[in-house]
Design a protein around this ligand. Structure first.
Ligand code: IDP
Ligand code: MG
Length: 166
């Protein structure tokens, strides 16, 4: 089986952790065949969240976002590999669509998110949307490097892979 090993970064936000939805969110990605390669609970500082969301620093909601992400409880940071047999250029597009679709169908606002997606099923407000998913392979790389030490990202074979992939 030829597999691409592009990684995504997914994070259960503080409201998702506080509401006991961490397992549910991890399960959704597991069920679809994503391989979990890193996972930890973190209480990020404001400075850390400012770095994570640096490209949104000019937005009016930036301070509230940083406050929300750093003050009300831990977040659960995860990295996953979606193993498939597509060529990499195609795959990059695919990962973006896949992760964004799982989280929210490219909608940040939960009220606009389709039922069946994580945001569409579990939350209501824009500023309490329970889950982050990187929006591209490049941003996933940046986020994984920010959140994990290299030794925290584990290499292993998924025993069920031949049952998921032809
Ligand atoms: P995304 O999480 O769907 O990729 P981004 O535009 O990257 O959305 O924004 C990051 C996060 O900032 C969102 O998930 C949400 O928590 C928050 N956010 C985005 N837009 C608003 C807003 O207009 N008001 C309050 N919070 C917002
Ligand atoms: Mg985003």
């Amino acid at each position: 089986m030829a597999a691409n090993n592009e990684r995504s970064f997914i994070m259960v936000k503080p409201d998702g952790v506080q509401r006991g939805l961490t397992g549910e969110i991890i399960k959704r990605f597991n069920n679809r065949g994503y391989k979990l390669v890193a996972c930890k609970l973190v209480q990020p500082s404001k400075e850390f969240m400012q770095k994570h969301y640096a490209d949104l620093s000019s937005k009016p909601f930036f301070n509230g976002l940083v406050e929300y992400m750093s003050s009300s409880g831990p977040v659960c940071a995860c990295s996953r590999i979606w193993e498939n047999k597509e060529r990499v250029p195609l795959y990059c597009k695919y990962l973006k669509a896949r992760v964004k679709t799982f989280v929210n169908v490219v909608k940040t606002n939960p009220l606009a998110s389709a039922p069946g997606t994580i945001r569409g099923d579990y939350c209501v407000d824009l500023g309490r949307n329970i889950c982050h998913g990187s929006d591209a392979v490049e941003s996933a790389k940046r986020e994984i490097d920010l959140w994990f030490k290299p030794e925290e990202v584990i290499t292993y074979s998924l025993i069920e892979a031949p049952m998921v992939y032809e």
